[in-house]
Design a protein around this ligand. Structure first.
Ligand code: FAD
Length: 429
């Protein structure tokens, strides 16, 4: 069969790999002039490694992603350093990414709250019954079972930070998935995520997959026995098409989808993200911390501060220290329209809180990345809202971040859903 894939992110490329291995003729259309999608990276001439535009790492539980890398023969290029994630309490930072650290964290006291925190954490790690949890909001469930203090100290800041105005509506299965599928050790690829994406694209090309970079698909229409993909004013026909864009974009590409399916796509909610990357002359966190969780009520102008070079060595970046400052925001938030300089001005006072010696002239260079589609928002009973991979248009398939539920979005689940879509496409010949 002749098959088109729209999008050369991790999902689209994983699907292309399986489709080609199954003997199909595969063409990937990618509007950007690089592969990797949301997990792509960039590189300065004096850096050996690339830096992800939006901070990225893998968990040891990312079996689909790590399994694919193993199949490709690159498992020796996966690194799992031991970076430190910290949480704020009374103006001080405490490591908070292991059971021992959680037990030592003073923010929850050392009495009943800590015990409730422990039991709730254990229950969520052990249960697989996420369907029972999606009936409740995380706000109501956590308040009830973990208790007000634990909820307000630990879980509420996470929900507020990630989901802004939707924080009270997000369901408990999201929180379950987060606690279930995460590990203390965090992984990356030698050379960065972009290196993996480039190697993968190179392998796909060697296998005979056509990857058309810088080609934006404008529409997909059913025309008799085939699907017509229109880009740059020309149409090409395929037996099947797999779309891996956001639901919103998919609705625009395929307006002939039945009303019900279109409505389902358009009603899905998501948050955008604005992330600033800086190269610095000096290390920001002297303690060597990697990830700072920043509660919104503490007044920080961002949700997360991430010192990448406290995760991987600065030697890969010509000695530059790489720091991210990012936030999940609704599209239309002022950060989306601010210039890089304005955003740096807004964030700069906060950097002194991580290191009082910080000076503006430590900043060598700044890059700002923005995306409207960064984090799907799962509401109560969300499983009913997930668009099917096989759409009502024959031969047209859809696999996106919004369908990996109950899991939270991530490259691991992009690979999983891309490969799942292939199994569906191949079983319907
Ligand atoms: C801030 C942030 C932090 C993250 N952190 C992590 C992390 O730590 N670990 C992790 O594993 N994941 C993380 N993720 C999630 C991860 O990036 C995504 O889950 C994954 O990259 C999604 O892959 P995908 O292939 O489904 O979609 P995408 O990567 O979005 O790929 C879709 C592709 O379609 C292309 N496209 C769109 N429209 C068209 C068109 N009309 N024609 C042709 N091409 C088109 C796009 O350019 C894009 O390349 C993070 C995401 C964000 C935003």
């Amino acid at each position: 069969m002749r098959i088109a894939i729209i999008g050369a992110g991790f999902g689209g490329m994983a699907a292309a790999y399986d489709l080609k291995n199954a003997g199909h003729e595969v063409t990937i259309y990618e509007s950007a002039n690089y592969v990797g999608g949301l997990a792509s990276g960039f590189k300065e001439p004096h850096w050996d490694w690339s830096v992800e535009k939006f901070y990225h790492h893998w968990f040891q539980s990312d079996n689909e992603m790590l399994g694919l890398i193993k199949e490709l023969g690159w498992e020796d290029k996966v690194l799992f350093p031991r970076p430190y994630t910290v949480l704020l309490h009374n103006g001080k930072w405490y490591p908070f990414d292991s059971i021992i650290h959680a037990l030592l964290f003073p923010g929850l006291g050392f009495g009943l709250d800590k015990i409730r925190f422990g039991f709730v954490g254990l229950y969520l790690r052990l249960t697989n019954n996420w369907k029972a949890l999606e009936k409740y909001t995380a706000d109501e469930w956590m308040r009830k079972y973990a208790g007000k203090r634990v909820y307000e100290k630990m879980w509420k800041p996470l929900l507020v930070g990630k989901f802004g105005p939707y924080f009270e509506q997000v369901n408990m299965a999201w929180m379950w998935a987060r606690l279930k599928a995460r590990t203390t050790r965090l992984g990356t690829f030698e050379g960065g995520f972009q290196r993996f994406a480039d190697l993968f694209a190179e392998r796909l090309r060697e296998m005979g997959v056509a990857i058309r970079l810088g080609v934006s698909v404008e529409s997909i229409k059913r025309e008799q026995a085939q699907l017509s993909v229109r880009s740059e004013g020309e149409s090409e026909s395929f037996d099947k098409v797999l779309v891996t864009t956001s639901p919103n974009l998919f609705a625009k590409l395929s307006p002939d989808l039945p009303e019900n399916y279109l409505k389902g796509l358009l009603e899905l909610k998501s948050m955008g993200a604005v992330v600033m990357v800086m190269s610095l002359k000096q290390q920001l966190s002297k303690q060597g911390y990697y990830w700072f969780n920043l509660p919104k009520e503490a007044g920080y102008p961002m949700l997360a501060l991430v010192e990448h070079t406290n995760f991987v060595s600065k030697e890969h970046f010509g000695g530059d220290h790489i720091v991210y400052a990012g936030d999940y925001l609704q599209v239309g938030h002022e950060y989306f329209s601010m210039s890089d300089e304005e955003l740096l001005e807004r964030f700069t006072p906060a950097f002194k809180k991580f290191n009082p010696e910080f000076q503006r002239d430590w900043v060598k260079k700044v890059w700002v990345f923005k995306t409207n589609y960064a984090q799907p928002v799962p509401l109560v009973n969300h499983s009913k809202n997930i668009p099917t991979i096989q759409t009502p248009i024959e031969g047209l398939y859809f696999a996106s971040m919004s369908q990996v539920y109950p899991w939270d979005r991530g490259t691991n689940f992009a690979v999983e859903i891309g490969r799942k879509a292939v199994r569906l496409m191949d079983s319907k010949q």
